[in-house]
Design a binder for this molecule. Sequence first.
Ligand SMILES: Cc1ncc(COP(=O)(O)O)c(C=O)c1O
Length: 441
Amino acid sequence: MTGGGAMRPILDMNAYRPGDSRTDSVERRLANLGAASVLFYRQPIEMAEAAGAWMVAKDGTRYLDFYNNVPSVGHCHPRVVAAVSEQIARLNIHTRYVVDVVDDYLERLKATLPPELENVVMTCSGSEANDLAIRVARAATGGTGIIVTETAYHGNTALVTEASPSARRRGSLPDWVIAVPPPSCAHHGTDIAGGFLASIEAALAEFARRGIRPAALLVDTIFSSDGIFADPAGFLRPAAAAVRAAGGRIIADEVQPGFARTGDAFWGFGRHGLAPDMVTMGKPMGNGFPMAALAARPADLAAFCEGTGYFNTFGGNPVAAAAGRAVLEVIEEEDLQGNALRVGAGLMEQLQSVAARDDRIAGLRGAGLFIGLDLAAPGGGRPDPDLTVRVIDGMRARGVLIGAAGRHGATLKIRPPLCLGADEAGIFAGALEAALREARG
Ligand SMILES: Cc1ncc(COP(=O)(O)O)c(C=O)c1O
């Protein structure tokens, strides 16, 4: 079901490799984290502080952050800092006690979700939320099969790693996971909805051949690690209907597109007019305070809890709830969804004019402040991951942080904080054009 040449594992993109620059502080980090260390850039940056869309390195260099989608309402937002500080000074305990801030928060969060998703299980990471979602889907459907996209990343637990093709450096997927091509023009031409539906139907037929009942389609609703595919709005619906007709659930992984990033909706699935059976969320949820969640229908969660209870010591603690509540308030009061739409549209226009002058930009697409830009050999040639790394390094030299995505690691993943200003969008477009010019030489 997959194809198209070797895949670059997600953690290897734009990453430090053994043998690259070894300063004392890098040596110290490697000694502490060992083989599990993942650092950006061949010459890693030592960071000191951050505010808004800007980060400041230990040597005083300022960087415009177009990579980090966790501090989504702005690095160190004072409202979130104050909420966390006040709550941790008063009470921080787990969910075995009733504490108002937790239920206040959950009610506010649920107001953004489809009404039938009445229950929310709080976890500490997106991985835990997806792990639980798979287990709930299995308990609720009696099936085991999971469909994902071919460069999907859904997290790091044993179960979720098996359903995350881009996390794997070697080995094949287990028989209960089928990876389908992403909803791209490269795979499906102009009929994205029909092509994606056909892939899903083929996966369902393959499960039937293997004697495996489907439990869920687990899908990042903007296909972040596949290379960012947002259009045409609504293309997910026929695929979702096919999975449901076969008895499976739809799990929308909103860890990346959620919390207003796409501008036109609060959640990525909103763009598709889709009401998922389960929603998982994380990263921007606490603006850096570690928190994540699964939203589900009561009957599905009850089916799982009949066999296995669920308790998460740190998930849903009052400090997390205070952080999460402050994030929702800031998104609303500062109209960050509207800002994502407006500044994202302006940024897209500027990138389109850069693309009109440079035939190595082979694709440009997205929604709000989540944009993918493909780099390839001139005139629509093969994806060019080496050019992508040179551009990423060239932008870093110009004070802009950006990462890569996609099967080949040749798509710039443009994902700044939602508080981005039009002037900062302009800085990004200028740095991109200069880095592309330099990379030509
Ligand atoms: C789409 C998606 N789902 C899930 C996860 C896992 O989240 P966490 O790293 O919080 O476990 C990630 C992390 O990058 C992600 O991008």
